[in-house]
Design a binder for this molecule. Structure first.
Ligand SMILES: Nc1ncnc2c1ncn2[C@@H]1O[C@H](COP(=O)(O)OP(=O)(O)OP(=O)(O)O)[C@@H](O)[C@H]1O
Length: 365
């Protein structure tokens, strides 16, 4: 196990800055996901950790040791890419054994470890097969096994599941997490898929445009996004946002929801944070799972525009124009498009953002 420190890391390609600045500590034995849209600098960060690219500025430390000038082969990292690097002229067994062979491991030990990893990745019946004829799913499993077998202290995976089919991806999400627990590796996992990051990672580093936006556990980034980018990127459907304006009332500070013709109360702590922030135009945010239906006719009246049933889950689309809301329920709530629903938001679920900067207005914690 190894701790990775990224200190003020910057990467420029000519005049273009792919990574503007990155400060991140990846703890011993931690599963860290680097998450963000295409082009945000995830792979660039990963390639620098692996030693395939050098930083333009800043340092990378493994257990406090500066990796500047240390070649990829000497960093003790295992790397799995989106495009599995498999020797197609070799059998599954020989591909798995390769890393141990080049390290001069004894044949009996190679045999033991190949059998163990093959069992773990359900490759045992295929060990004698030539790799050239394997399906994409199996090839990716083999690529993971080939890197994992040497038990690197640091395991780097760059979108390893993006070419495989959805059912297999779901299985591999669980297996990769299991593999990391078993070998107690420090794992860095690049993905643009928030579901992958949310289900596997101990912590997620959310990136956008070469800038680290937020680091936290899946629940922290889900519940308390630092800005509207993170609020939108995490969760499916993303966070609801209604445009509002802070206004004083006899109930204290409230959010005037404009066209919806309502004012929404906020907690006294959030009101204090909003007063301190000074913003007037705000985004009133809440997760679709935190919407409640009010049977008594209280709450915000919104037209039901569309009802989606996804297995046991129901996603209800409400509102029109700019003020739209999605609500997610675990059952069939019996709403139909064309009807009006009265919705309330669970207490404690409201998040406020400064509409101009997009930055969260947060209660002191
Ligand atoms: N060798 C290079 N030369 C010039 N620009 C590069 C180079 N490598 C990456 N870039 C640019 O740096 C930015 C970040 O790329 P990077 O591959 O790190 O993004 P990413 O978040 O991993 O996205 P993706 O999943 O699409 O690869 C992109 O705009 C990319 O075009």
């Amino acid at each position: 196990m190894t701790t990775i420190h990224l200190n003020n890391l910057v990467k420029r390609f000519g005049a273009f800055t792919a990574l503007k600045t990155m400060d991140l500590e990846i703890r011993n034995g931690e599963f860290m996901a680097l998450l963000g849209p295409s082009g945000c600098g995830k792979s660039t960060t990963m390639n620098m950790i692996a030693g395939m690219e050098s930083p333009s500025e800043g340092r990378i430390l493994f257990d406090g040791r500066d990796m500047n000038g240390v070649t990829m082969g000497r960093r003790g990292v295992g790397f799995v890419f989106q495009n599995y690097a498999i020797f197609t002229h070799m059998s599954v067994y020989d591909n798995l054994a390769y890393g141990l062979k080049v390290r001069g491991t004894a044949q009996t030990e190679i045999d033991r470890r190949v059998k163990a990893i093959a069992e773990f990745l359900q490759l045992t019946p295929l060990l004698k097969q030539p790799s050239a004829k394997l399906s994409v799913n199996i090839l990716q499993r083999l690529a993971i096994g080939r890197s994992a077998i040497v038990e690197p202290a640091i395991f780097l995976l760059d979108e390893p599941l993006s070419n495989v089919d959805a059912a297999f991806r779901a299985v591999m999400r669980t297996e990769l997490k299991h593999l990391q627990r078993q070998f107690k590796q420090t794992m860095v996992y690049v993905t643009h898929d928030q579901l992958e990051a949310m289900t596997m990672a101990d912590r997620i580093a959310v990136m956008d445009h070469g800038v680290l936006q937020q680091v936290g556990t899946p629940l922290e980034v889900y519940n308390d996004p630092v800005n509207l980018f993170v609020a939108d990127f995490i969760g499916s459907p993303g966070m609801n946002r209604l445009n509002g304006r802070l206004a004083e009332s006899d109930r204290g500070l409230v959010v005037d929801l404009g066209r919806l013709g309502r004012t929404a109360p906020i907690s006294s702590d959030l009101a204090a944070a909003a007063r301190h922030n000074g913003a007037r135009e705000v985004v009133y945010g809440f997760r679709p799972e935190r919407v409640l239906l009010s049977g008594s006719g209280e709450g915000i009246p919104l037209p039901v525009t569309f009802v989606e049933r996804i297995g046991a889950r129901t996603i209800v689309h409400l509102g029109d124009g700019e003020q739209r809301v999605k609500a997610v329920f675990d059952n069939n709530v019996g709403l139909q498009s064309g009807k009006t629903a009265h919705v309330a938001i669970e207490p404690g679920a409201i998040r406020l953002f400064d509409a101009k900067s997009g930055i969260a207005i947060r209660e002191a914690r």
